[in-house]
Design a protein around this ligand. Structure first.
Ligand code: HEM
Length: 147
C-alpha cells in the first residue's frame, strides 16, 4: 500500500488541477484508510494475543530456571518484541492523528467547497504518512534482528 501511494500521489499531483485532484485524493484515501483501520484491528488482536502467550510462557520458564538456580535474566521477552510493540502503538497514534487532523478536516473542507483548506489538510498529512512508513520498516527490523 505504501508503494501504491508512492506511485499514485506524485502522478496525481503532476496531472490534475486542484478541485478534481482533491476529490480523487479524498476518494482514494477513504478506501485506503478503511484498510488501515482493519489492519490496526487485526494487528492489535493477533499481536496482543501472541505477546500475551509469549509473556506467560516466558514467566513459566523464568520460574523453572530460577528454581534451578539459574540466572535472573532468564525468561525475559526479546527486546525486539517490545520495540515492535512500542513502535506499533506509536504508528497507531500517528495514524489516528493523520485521520482526525488530516483526513477528516480535508473531507469537511471539501464538503464546504473550501478547496484551499482541503489542500492544506492534505499537505499536512504527508510527513506523518512518510514517518509511519519508516516506523513500519523499523518495527520489522527490530523484531527480526533483536532476539
Ligand atoms: C501493538 C502492535 C504489535 C504487537 C502487540 C505485535 C506482536 C507480535 C508478536 C508477539 C510477534 C511474534 C514474535 C515472534 O514470534 O518472534 C510478532 C511478529 C511479527 N510482527 Fe508484530 N506486533 C505489533 C505490531 C507490528 C508492526 C507494526 C509490524 C510491522 C510493521 C510488525 C511486524 C511483525 C513481524 C514481521 C513479525 C514476524 C517476526 C518473525 O517471524 O520473526 N508487528 N508481532
Amino acid at each position: 500500500m505504501g508503494v501504491m501511494l508512492y506511485a499514485v500521489r506524485p502522478a496525481v499531483l503532476a496531472q490534475l488541477d486542484s478541485a478534481p485532484r482533491l476529490k480523487l485524493m479524498a476518494a482514494v484515501l477513504k478506501r485506503f484508510f478503511l484498510g488501515v483501520w482493519a489492519s490496526v484491528a487485526v494487528i492489535l488482536a493477533t499481536g496482543l494475543h501472541l505477546y500475551g502467550a509469549g509473556a506467560m510462557a516466558a514467566s513459566q520458564a523464568r520460574k523453572i530456571v530460577l528454581a534451578a538456580g539459574g540466572t535472573p535474566s532468564a525468561g525475559l521477552l526479546p527486546l525486539g518484541w517490545n520495540l515492535m510493540m512500542g513502535i506499533g502503538f506509536l504508528m497507531m497514534l500517528l495514524f489516528i492523528h493523520i485521520y482526525v487532523a488530516g483526513f477528516r478536516k480535508m473531507d469537511k473542507a471539501l464538503g464546504a467547497g473550501d478547496n484551499p483548506a482541503a489542500a492544506a489538510a492534505l499537505a499536512k498529512m504527508h510527513p506523518f504518512v512518510v514517518a509511519n512508513f519508516a516506523l513500519g520498516l523499523l518495527a520489522v527490523a527490530a523484531v527480526k534482528l533483536l532476539k
